[in-house]
Design a protein around this ligand. Structure first.
Ligand code: PMP
Ligand code: GLU
Length: 417
């Protein structure tokens, strides 16, 4: 049999996607699975957004478009990044639009990292962990080496500026940040991000001149504990070495549309976006043409819907935080942003389920929960660091489902011996 390229056979499959698909397959087979696996809002896309795309489709907007996006959509994103995120010197030429945040991450990483020449050490990606499952595999695929900065529930899952400073070496190429965080559900306070920006600025002047910040802000609109979202790319000293990643999936309930974007600043930013255009021009060209008119509509006309969804997530966070806190043996850190709870379940390791399965890891835990309790959570191993002691619970679902799920979870934990 012919072989398959090693770069793919050695690539870790996405654990979030794996559990999401398993839950969906069981549901299709008629099983009453309660899924908390997908990082996907349960709301529908706002009607005005759908209407904009439908109108464009009916009008025949079905042809190839400029690779990095329709100029009006790029301009709307640049305006949003300028006014809402305070990113300086950001025009339509500083914006790339691609097929989801994940695609933009792939393209950006490939425009930053070079595989090491033979005998040389790889470039490094400094990554506070636990972090979203796709960051490390995609960084490695592009030729980088991930340097984990460990965080814990006790530190509010936040890396300190000192930790980041210690992790930076002459080989550091990227500092990858994600606030609000998937899977931790926490946010960096603005002052901590300003302090981290100072560390990066100093390192770039001294030991790591090629260091850039990749700031994934896809959950920026889902914040509910009084911590304001802050874009590190707004700090003038690092603006031109910050790449801001975002998309419409989470804020506007548009996961299936596959619309992600990248924003930059200044001369280097414009050059970087042009490089993304070169790569995108060889791998995907533009996104679905008739979705472009939906972008300015989402960004400019949907504040009431975004607020309604934010308040719903805030209530759900309260419900799940309280339910988890009442379960013996779990260590939790209350979610303040995004829509994930991430309890430490390691107190239950070493126990056996009623069906006789021994639970030694978070993966064992998630498998047993799905098989025996029809509850889909994502195991924490692939989020890195202390994630191996945690389960990720996406609460982008109704309060009723959260309560039913927590009843099942508590009963399952109580049944372990
Ligand atoms: N970043 C983070 C942290 C995410 O959780 C996701 C979820 N898929 C993405 C980026 C990418 O989302 P999408 O590809 O749907 O834009
Ligand atoms: N980001 C979401 C999650 O973490 C969707 C799946 C994925 O792309 O990883 O569940």
């Amino acid at each position: 049999m012919p072989t398959i390229a090693r770069r793919v056979t050695t690539l870790k499959p996405s654990m979030t996607i794996a559990f999401m698909n398993r839950a969906k397959a069981l549901q299709r087979a008629g099983k009453d699975v309660l899924s908390f696996a997908a990082g996907e809002p349960d709301f529908d896309t706002p009607q005005v957004v759908k209407d904009a795309a439908t109108r464009a489709l009916a009008a025949g907007m079905t042809k190839y478009m400029p690779t990095l996006g329709d100029p009006d959509a790029r301009a709307a994103i640049a305006q949003k990044l300028t006014t809402e995120n305070a990113i300086p010197n950001c025009t339509a030429d500083h914006v790339a639009i691609g097929a989801g945040g994940k695609h933009q991450l792939y393209v950006a990483l490939h425009c930053l990292l070079d595989p090491p020449p033979p005998g040389q050490a790889p470039q490094e990606v400094v990554l506070p962990v636990p972090a979203w499952v796709s960051y490390a595999p995609l960084s490695e695929l592009a030729g980088g080496k991930v340097v984990e900065v460990p965080t814990t529930p006790a530190s509010g899952f936040l890396a300190t500026p000192e930790q980041i400073e210690r992790a930076i070496t002459p080989r550091s190429r990227i500092l990858l940040l994600n606030s609000p965080s998937n899977p931790c559900g926490t946010m960096y306070p603005p002052d901590q991000l300003r302090a981290i920006a100072r560390v990066v600025e100093r390192a770039a002047r001294t030991i790591a001149p090629d260091l850039v910040i990749l700031s994934d802000e896809i959950y920026e609109k889902i914040a509910y504990a009084g911590i304001p979202h802050f874009s590190i790319g707004s700090v003038p000293e690092v603006a031109e070495r910050t790449i801001t990643l975002n998309g419409l999936s989470k804020a506007y309930a548009m996961t299936g549309w596959r619309i992600g974007y990248t924003g930059t600043s200044g001369d280097w930013g414009k050059k970087f976006i042009a490089a993304m255009g070169t790569l995108q021009g060889q791998i995907s060209t533009n996104i679905t043409s008739f979705t472009y008119p939906a972008i300015p509509v989402a960004l400019r006309q949907c504040a009431p819907e975004v607020e309604r969804m934010r308040l719903a997530f805030a209530n759900r966070a309260k419900v799940i935080n309280a339910r988890l806190a009442a379960i013996p043996g779990l260590k939790t850190y209350p979610a303040t942003g995004a829509f994930y709870a991430f309890p430490d379940v390691s107190a239950y390791f070493g126990k056996t389920t009623p069906a006789g399965t021994r639970i030694d890891t978070s993966l064992d835990f998630a498998n047993a929960l799905l098989d025996e309790a029809l509850l889909a959570f994502v195991p924490g191993e692939d989020f890195g660091g202390c994630g191996c002691n945690h389960l990720r619970i996406s609460f982008a679902c109704s309060e009723d489902q959260i309560n039913k799920g927590m009843d099942r979870f508590a009963a399952f934990l109580a049944s372990l011996r």
